[in-house]
Design a protein around this ligand. Structure first.
Ligand SMILES: N[C@@H](CCC(=O)N[C@@H](CS)C(=O)NCC(=O)O)C(=O)O
Length: 228
């Protein structure tokens, strides 16, 4: 059955959607190769068929699914291959981890790099993103980035539980990567693609893990270069 993944595309065809990277990795984990359809973040007409205004959207045959976690659940339920969650308990804990990363890590990361993200977009998309971010945070993108050398320290500290996990095992999910790894990798991949600002320090165990994540599935994560 044909699979199509709608994701964000920026200048130079940079596929920069934070949440779509979870779906890209989940599909690869299952051994599935979708057709990728880039859309502009301001072009809501292109994704109106899904009944909402965000990507990723996966079209699997006749089924249209939006929201990266729901897509992962769909893939686990309807496609074979390696498990993404390792059973019901793993799926439940992955949902918790998804909320933790989205509500705790992403809101700390986004203000640091949102201004840089506009640099990989055309004018219309940059205006759209600026509007969304400035409304969400109540400050201009310039104000949000002004103290990022200091603000990044709090973000690095928030990532400590992940470092503790990686002291015990090579991946967040255990000896092998699974969906929980893709959840945490996606914001770091978003930052890597859209911003030259160093979120992680050299020598950080999370940097080494991110390199391992970039190598997975035939170097899938490296298919889009880091922002210089
Ligand atoms: N909870 C959703 C979040 C999806 C989301 O926020 N996607 C962003 C791109 S990474 C988007 O489409 N934003 C459109 C906009 O802000 O107009 C998921 O996990 O898929």
């Amino acid at each position: 059955m044909a699979l199509t993944l709608y994701e964000l595309g920026g200048l130079d065809d940079r596929r920069y959607s934070l949440f779509s990277w979870r779906t890209r990795y989940a599909l690869a984990h299952k051994g599935l190769t979708p057709e990728y359809r880039p859309v502009r973040i301001s072009d809501k007409a292109a994704i109106a068929f899904s009944g909402q205004d965000k990507v990723p959207i996966l079209v699997d045959g006749e089924t249209v699914i939006h929201d990266s976690f729901r897509i992962a659940q769909h893939l686990e339920a309807h496609h074979g291959g390696e498990t993404l969650f390792g059973g019901e308990i793993g799926q439940s804990l992955s949902r918790f981890f998804n909320s933790f990363v989205d509500r705790t890590i992403v809101p700390r990361l986004a203000p640091l790099i949102a201004l840089d993200v506009t640099g990989i977009l055309d004018d219309g998309d940059a205006r759209h993103l600026r509007g969304v971010m400035e409304k969400a945070f109540g400050k201009t993108l310039e104000e949000l980035a002004a103290n990022r050398d200091k603000d990044v320290i709090a973000l690095r500290r928030l990532l400590d539980p992940a470092r503790a996990q990686l002291r015990a095992q090579p991946f967040i999910s255990g000896s092998k990567p699974a969906y929980a790894d893709y959840i945490l990798f996606s914001p770091l991949q978003w930052a890597r693609i859209t911003s030259p600002f160093p979120i992680l320090e050299e020598g950080d165990a999370l940097s080494a893990w991110r390199e391992r994540m970039l190598d997975l599935h035939g170097g899938l994560g490296r298919s889009i270069p880091a922002r210089a």
